[in-house]
Write a protein that binds this ligand. Sequence first.
Ligand code: NAD
Ligand code: IPM
Ligand code: MN
Length: 347
Amino acid sequence: MKIAVLAGDGIGPEVTREAVRVLEALGLAGLELVEGDVGGMAYKKHGHPLPAATLDLARASDGILFGAVGDPDCDNLERHLRPEQAILGLRKELGLFANLRPARVFAGLEDFSALRPEVAGAIDLLIVRELNGDVYFGEKGIRTLPDGRRQGWDMMSYAEDEVRRIAHVAFRAAQGRNGKLCSVDKANVLETFQLWRDVVTEVAAEYPDVELSHMYVDNAAMQLVRNPGQFDVVVTGNMFGDILSDQASMCVGSIGLLASASLSEGKLGLYEPIHGSAPDIAGKGLANPMATVLSAAMLLRHSLGMEDQAARIEAAVARALADGVRGADLGGSHGTALIGDAIVERL
Ligand code: NAD
Ligand code: IPM
Ligand code: MN
């Protein structure tokens, strides 16, 4: 079992180190961890944020543990050389179209939510975000109009097969949870999302046991803070899913807690926290590694079929939180390594 470890930039290496320690503490036989360069650090070393060697390593692995990419030094590079292109390139090249972003409130953490505890306590939802299409991957540019004004443009589109395959993932996820699926779109304004709604509705015929609803994304943003307990599985496009999942993280308590899995049709998956490289706290030992540790648990579950080991890690994180282990993001004084220690001890 070969795991590619792509730590990346900013707090990426700090949080990934703790996740690796947790994986090693499980003492699994035959687990090989191989590091690769990605993001701004790869650009600085090799002139490209996603070097061919890294892509090859990712392709040859059973699962990818990813930290974060993004470096303010690189914000003015041509777009194809920016660190963010590395994660977008991995998602596209490896066909990682299904992004699972679970959000639930850990017992005892209700008071840390940005919402009232009784509202937050009910959160247990899964955002299924499409990851290979939408405005992210359309043609784009900045051009000069005949009258001399500059215009930025990005083409939004979804082909029906792209909607259909993410819809199937979401319906199946709902079958394995509480049988409710809410599809979030903007069909009232965007043709792309009218097609989205039509295709999700067609796919629903194959899942009579799942209760499907549709919601416009603006309302969904509001409902997510008004009454997040109403959601079970939410399926949405690339950009709406990006935004709603950061919002969901604060409903749970911190962006340092939300893990994700990016899955393909096969077994290969990429696992990363939903947060970025956090340049504002990088190098200070302040980052909460729990989101990355929980992502490693998702790797064991989805790519290696080790449900028991995944559950062990999740239980250790939940236990650490219940015991009062809190990073600065949760108003506590535990640094990155201390949180890692606390999780390893509980394993
Ligand atoms: P960010 O998620 O990096 O940080 C947002 C805020 O949350 C910051 O105040 C940060 O300190 C805090 N935060 C994030 N993770 C934390 C953690 N584990 N513990 C404690 N606090 C944490 O978002 P940003 O500031 O908008 O972006 C910074 C860079 O990261 C940008 O270059 C962006 O493009 C990139 N980014 C990368 C990914 C990825 O690699 N998948 C995801 C999001 C953003
Ligand atoms: C995420 C990030 C990425 C995205 C960026 C860094 C390309 O925000 O993984 O949530 O927008 O998908
Ligand atoms: Mn994001």
